[in-house]
Design a protein around this ligand. Sequence first.
Ligand code: AMP
Length: 540
Amino acid sequence: MLGQMMDHPLLISDLLTFSAQYHGDTEIVTRTVEGPIHRYDYRSAARRSRQLAQALARLGIEVGDRVATMAWNTHRHFELYFGVSGMGAVCHTLNPRLFADQLTYIVNHAGDKAVFVDLTFVPLLEKLADQLQGVEHWVVMTDGEHMPDTSLPNALCYEDLVEAEDGNYDWPSFDENTASSLCYTSGTTGHPKGVLYSHRSTVLHSYAACMVDTLRLSARDSVLPVVPMFHANAWGLPYASPLVGAKQVLPGPGLDAPSLVELFEQEEVTTTAGVPTIWLGLLQHLRDTGKSLGTVRRVVIGGSAAPRSMIAEFQERHRVQVVHAWGMTETSPLGTVGTLKSKHEGLSEDARLDLQAKQGRAVAGVQLRIVSDDGAEQVQDGEAFGELEVKGPWVVGRYFRTEGEALRDGWFPTGDVATIDHDGFMQITDRAKDVIKSGGEWISSIDLENEVVAHPRVAEAAVIGIHHPKWDERPLLVVVAKPDDPPTAEELREFLQDKIAKWWMPDDIVFVDELPHTATGKISKKDLRVRFENYELPTA
Ligand code: AMP
């Protein structure tokens, strides 16, 4: 017997229609690529998204067509999120930090019919355009006054396109399982793979993101996503914010600490979100200038492990609550969030930080388990570890236009190695391929890195396994020291001594000026391994 409730599909356009109706005067503020601050409200954003949908239809974009964006977090990118998906096409976000050949592969593989590009990235795409034969329309996301002289074929101006339409447009209704957006994983091996989200998965993920034990978004928040809209949909914030009518503050290309702090102050930001690398720079800036985080109450940290020392600095020095989250492009991305339970209220500060340094518990709707190499499910006692597998309505089922299974026994294998404790708190111990296998035992590179970056004179650190004739692999610690007073290797060893098991002590410590990062801001272990490929450990 079927239920007898209205058969109303979950559609992305409804999120914006709702905010336009009930939060019509709530602001969306952008630091534009052209420079000035742009402000308007949900009512205007909804109208312009409808105008954009009309313009897309006029260009010949049809249901299911892929429309790519290469853009910062701005109001125009927000309009594309809704205009493209709302009309039934697929909004494909391109990460400008990828290598040229990866971008060429991705645009051709996705079959993008139109590309919308910010002024910043026009030169980048000009170099690739003749290899992107399927692209029929190039649109520069600016106004007539700033339209560049470009070799992009028949380049159109975004504002001209939008302004030419009247906005008298009804969002179409269709099956909620229709594809809405597409994002390629950065792909540490092989070609990048496309994750094709649906309206249903996106709307459900938005509801889950707002929950109090998730990101706690409400109409009283002012949200500044530092995480780019080209990285896992800015963790869903551009969809979740209109769902609750939160004010949005979009930083455009200004991701440096002074520009962010200025927006935090001026726009009374309450919630912000980004990867640890961004916060390293921000915390350093606050230390240097003595500035505060003003009205910011919550910082969401994910994408890589949030070091315990970073969580402590935010909470103790700035009185800002850290929300540590884990996810993947394949999980939309929210999978786990580290909000505490009431039983944790009496914990000492130290014990609480230990818990918050874990990646958190499953967001309602997501199931987690850990399995050993032979596929046996492991107990969830906080000790046993294995590969983390996930399931849920916003977890990938298969990759876009790719042969082969993405799932194993109906679960998505994440490639992360983790433990899960009795309270359901998951802790990533490593990426499966980054774990250091020493004498048959595993050393967690993440744990070691977290201990090292807690040193007050260390800026960033990475640990990789180096071949060792006796132990198979041993850890090499690569450190970026803070500028003025770098620690010596000996000081670091002393610092680590009582914090780690003796056999975890790195066999060597190397200081470098900079660590390589991936297109999504994570330390690139792959590049580090190449760089230290022939490195000989003094213990070998
Ligand atoms: P991406 O699809 O580019 O977002 O990368 C997903 C991967 O980032 C995950 O599989 C993890 O390895 C890593 N990751 C994301 N969040 C965290 C976190 N909070 N702690 C540790 N690793 C994380």
